[in-house]
Design a protein around this ligand. Structure first.
Ligand code: GDP
Ligand code: MG
Length: 163
C-alpha cells in the first residue's frame, strides 16, 4: 500500500502549482477518475528515498455557492478517508476566509496527520502575515512558495516521517 499525500484547500491557493512541482516530469499513475472523483489527479513523487502518491483536488464545476461548498467538502472527506497525510493549503495573501474555516473544522475531526501549508510566501516580508493561520487550530505552520519551491523541502522532510 503506497503512501498518499492529498492536497486540499479552496480554489486559487496554489494546490495545482505545488502538485506540479512535486510530480514534475513524473508520469501520472492514474488520471482523471469519473463521477464524484473526476476532479482528483494522482501523480508520483519522491523525497529522500520515499516514494509516494500526490493527490491534487479541485477544478470544481458548480453552479451555485452551495454546490461549490459541497464539492470542496466532498474532496476533503475523501482525502480524510484515503490519505496518509493531508496538506491543507491556505494563501498568505488573503488570510483566512470562510471556506478555509469550514475546511479546517472538517480537518480538526480527522485522525490523519494534517499539515497547514501557508502558500505564496515568495519573500520573507510576508512571514508576519502567516501567524494568523495558527488560529485554524491545526498546529504548526509550513510556510512555502509553490512558485519558487521555498520551504517545500522542510515540509517534505516532516511529511515522510509519517510513512
Ligand atoms: P489551485 O486552484 O489551488 O490549484 O491554485 P493554482 O495552483 O491554480 O494557483 C492559483 C494562482 O496562484 C495561480 O495564478 C498561480 O500562479 C498562483 N500561485 C500558486 N503558487 C504561488 C506562490 O507560491 N506564489 C505566488 N505569488 N503565486 C502562486
Ligand atoms: Mg487546481
Amino acid at each position: 500500500m503506497s503512501n498518499i499525500v492529498a492536497i486540499v484547500g479552496r480554489p486559487n491557493v496554489g494546490k495545482s502549482t505545488l502538485y506540479n512541482r512535486l510530480t514534475e516530469s513524473r508520469k501520472a499513475i492514474v488520471d482523471d477518475f469519473s463521477g464524484v472523483t473526476r476532479d482528483r489527479h494522482y501523480g508520483v513523487s519522491e523525497w529522500t528515498n520515499h516514494s509516494f502518491t500526490v493527490v491534487d483536488t479541485g477544478g470544481y464545476v458548480a453552479n451555485s455557492d452551495d454546490v461549490f461548498e459541497a464539492a470542496i467538502r466532498e474532496q476533503v472527506i475523501i482525502a480524510i478517508e484515503e490519505a496518509t497525510v493531508i496538506l491543507f493549503m491556505v494563501d498568505v495573501t488573503t488570510g483566512i476566509t470562510d471556506l478555509d474555516d469550514e475546511i479546517a473544522s472538517l480537518l480538526r475531526k480527522s485522525k490523519k496527520p494534517v499539515f497547514v501549508v501557508v502558500n505564496k510566501l515568495d519573500n520573507t516580508s510576508l512571514l508576519a502575515d502567516s501567524m494568523v493561520f495558527y488560529s485554524l487550530g491545526l498546529g504548526e505552520l509550513y510556510n512555502i512558495s509553490s512558485m519558487t519551491g521555498s520551504g517545500t523541502g522542510e515540509l517534505l522532510d516532516d511529511v515522510v516521517k509519517h510513512f
